[in-house]
Design a protein around this ligand. Structure first.
Ligand code: PHE
Length: 374
């Protein structure tokens, strides 16, 4: 009897171990709910679509991929908890997340310590990959994005005097404001006013009154879409009618829903535009709509989530293994990987240098203006 139950236990353990090897587990942490749910859901949809396609094509190393998702609810602290769970409970071989720099910075030290490669789809603050050699991203970084928008202000908007309004409690906003100012002033531009706010603020009238008095030709707002849209509305109410412009934090359907007409004549930079007529982009838009619904348009975060999965699987293939160190080395060696956001080359800092797209807002619609090469 004792022997029989021991045998049974051994069999159960063996079966579990075999089952654990059936799939290759990929961990995702994302803001699926909460204040920035729009970003997390977009990247999640892109990532899910890619994993489903990869599995339909046979998976990788003879196994299917299994995506395990944790929602950080957009809350500070939750990304660290989510990633700890994914690593120790689920034994994921790699992590995909986050689209926001702040939340990527929370999770990165944990991934690094566990030697589990992490790919941030859209976190653009340079510090994210500086955490360590297991941390990668598949998007450009903010020194580039800041330069693109500084040159755009000078060349396209013909702005000589610019005001900057940024969020002090957001790593992305602080960084992008700094990189923008560096290039803009190095090229002879003048920053006439610099004002701050905090995440979740709703009233920007005091800052905007000061900006108006400073006589800016244009206003740079490196923030997330909610604040950017409210700022534009309150500026128009105060009679401040110069162009406002920002970066990839403006990417969300809600930008226009909240900002409405106040955003006409405004601009932002991003990683991808579904309006781009490139056949690769259009094929992706079609697949995305087929999977998630005809009214669903993939934005930059969806496209980067999608590319992150393909970059990961390409590296697993080349590594011939899912062991952390081998996978890390293969990811670091990613060159000329062609995706829906352009070509990914992982550089010595584990960043990707990629083109930026500039979007114009005209009559309540987004228009793809141009692409700026790195
Ligand atoms: N690049 C931005 C960041 O690093 C992307 C982003 C913007 C993510 C807005 C979420 C919200 O934070």
């Amino acid at each position: 009897m004792k022997l029989a139950s021991r045998l049974l236990l051994t069999l159960v353990v063996l079966a579990l171990a075999l089952h654990a090897q059936d799939t290759i587990k990929v961990g995702e942490y994302a803001s699926l709910t909460g204040k920035e749910a729009s970003f997390g859901q977009q990247s999640h949809k892109g990532l899910t679509l890619a994993i489903e396609e990869l599995n339909a094509a046979g998976g990788v190393l003879g196994k299917k991929l299994e995506l395990i998702t944790e929602d950080n609810q957009t809350k500070p602290g939750e990304s660290a908890t989510a990633v700890k769970k994914l690593i120790s409970r689920d034994k994921v071989v790699a992590l995909i997340g986050e689209v926001a720099s702040g939340r990527s910075l929370e999770a990165a030290p944990i991934a690094q310590a566990a030697k589990i490669p992490m790919i941030a789809p859209a976190a653009t603050n340079p510090k994210v990959t500086q955490t360590g050699n297991y941390i990668f991203r598949v998007c450009f970084i903010d020194p580039f994005q800041g330069t693109v928008m500084a040159k755009f202000a000078q060349t396209d908007l013909k702005a000589k005097k610019v005001a900057v309004l940024s969020s002090v409690s957001n790593a992305y906003s602080v960084g992008l404001a700094k990189f923008f100012k560096e290039t803009f002033t190095a090229n002879g531009g003048i920053i006439v006013s610099e004002k701050n706010f905090s995440e979740g603020d709703k009233d920007f009238r005091a800052q905007l009154t000061a900006v108006k008095a400073a006589g800016a030709d244009a206003v740079f707002v490196p923030s997330y879409y909610t604040e950017a849209a409210l700022i534009a509305r309150q500026a128009r109410d105060l009679g401040l009618n110069v162009p406002f412009f920002g970066g990839d934090g403006w990417v969300a359907d809600q930008l226009l829903e909240i900002g409405g007409e106040a955003l006409n004549g405004c601009y932002y930079s991003t990683h991808f535009s579904p309006e781009n007529k490139d056949p690769v982009v259009q094929a992706f838009v079609k697949k995305f709509k087929a999977r998630w619904g005809a009214n669903e348009n993939p934005d930059a975060f969806a496209a980067l989530g999608y590319d992150a999965a393909y970059v990961l699987v390409d590296a697993i293939k080349r590594a011939g293994s899912t062991e952390g160190p081998k996978l890390r080395n293969a990811l670091a060696a990613t060159k000329n990987f062609s995706g829906v956001t352009g070509v990914t080359n992982i550089d010595a800092n584990r960043d990707a240098s990629k083109p930026a797209a500039i979007i114009a807002i005209k009559n309540g619609k987004l228009e793809f203006l141009k692409t700026v090469a790195p």
